[in-house]
Design a protein around this ligand. Structure first.
Ligand SMILES: Nc1ncnc2c1ncn2[C@@H]1O[C@H](COP(=O)(O)OP(=O)(O)OP(=O)(O)O)[C@@H](O)[C@H]1O
Ligand SMILES: Cc1ncc(C[n+]2csc(CCO)c2C)c(N)n1
Length: 257
């Protein structure tokens, strides 16, 4: 089985030039408090989207991260490429502001069966040629905390698009999927993440999971809700390996800078 490598190098100020795998980043901002490191993600991303009310957060909260600068100046600098969603949360002044700057606005108010995050991921998939899809990594800021239905909806997107690299982020932690189609190597960026971590089966129990590099490694262990799941684990080594017969969620804490 092929090995899939994972790294949170996007949390570093500069991604090492020889970093593997070489990825193209896209950033999606959701309608939750934007993480403090959002400007860093913005610089790494080649495409920036706001999911509906995520545009309000960009407009209201990005200037707060640059208290010495004029708010309008900051807003002009951080212009999203696209705002997409059912547009029931974005304020008119915010929509007008970014539309005047040249942001593409895509109103899908007719679709009340998929979330705004789902709509943004579909957009990114549609514009990315198949050959580039495996190199695309979608960073989703503001995905955790707040309303539990939204959080679970966001995690469901990881399962719905299990072949894509999608990373849910908050100030406190990140979550991504380890699909069962691969063995996994997670390269820990210990200056910015860890040590707390978790491995959680999603969708169905895992009959067998084996890890290395954790304080409480799993060796051919079953995991299921109602039984054992691995929370409050600790990374022990720079490289974690995971093999499982089911999709797992990987979560790791993000350090306060
Ligand atoms: N409290 C939250 N926690 C986590 N994610 C959130 C939260 N609020 C919003 N989101 C994410 O941001 C996206 C855009 O949010 P927005 O508030 O515009 O959605 P919405 O469709 O208007 O939600 P609703 O109508 O259910 O309040 C959502 O699709 C969701 O992915
Ligand atoms: C079974 C079922 N449950 C909830 C919704 C509501 N819903 C889900 S996504 C969405 C759009 C949010 O921007 C809305 C309103 C539905 N359609 N079907």
């Amino acid at each position: 089985m092929d090995v899939m490598s994972h790294s949170s190098a996007f949390l570093l100020p500069t991604i090492p030039p020889d970093h593997r795998p070489f990825l193209t980043y896209a950033l999606v901002l959701l309608n939750q408090r934007i993480p403090k490191f959002t400007p860093l993600l913005w610089e790494h991303a080649q495409l920036r989207l706001c999911a509906d009310g995520g545009a309000n957060r960009l407009y209201d909260e990005m200037p707060l991260l640059f208290p010495r600068e004029d708010a309008v100046h900051v807003r002009n600098r951080y212009k999203p490429d696209v705002i997409k969603g059912d547009m029931d949360s974005i304020r008119t002044e915010v929509l007008d502001f970014y539309a005047n700057l040249g942001t593409e606005t895509l109103d899908e108010s007719q679709d009340q069966d998929t979330t705004d995050l789902h709509k943004c991921i579909s957009y990114l998939l549609d514009i990315t040629p198949d050959i580039n899809k495996s190199n695309l990594c979608i960073l989703v800021a503001g995905a955790l905390g707040g309303r539990f239905d939204h959080e679970i909806g966001n995690i469901n997107i990881l399962c719905r698009f299990s072949s894509m690299r999608i990373i849910l982020l908050s100030d406190d932690c990140l979550i991504h999927l380890l699909p069962k189609t691969h063995h996994h190597e997670i390269h820990i960026q210990s200056s910015v993440e860890g040590p707390h971590c978790g491995l959680i089966p999603i969708g169905m129990p895992s009959g067998s999971t084996t890890t290395t590099g954790l304080r409480w490694d799993l060796i051919d262990r079953e995991m299921k809700f109602g039984g054992l799941i691995s929370t409050s684990n600790i990374v022990k080594e720079e490289k974690i390996t995971v093999r499982s017969d089911s999709d797992l969620l990987w979560t790791i804490s993000i350090k306060k800078s």
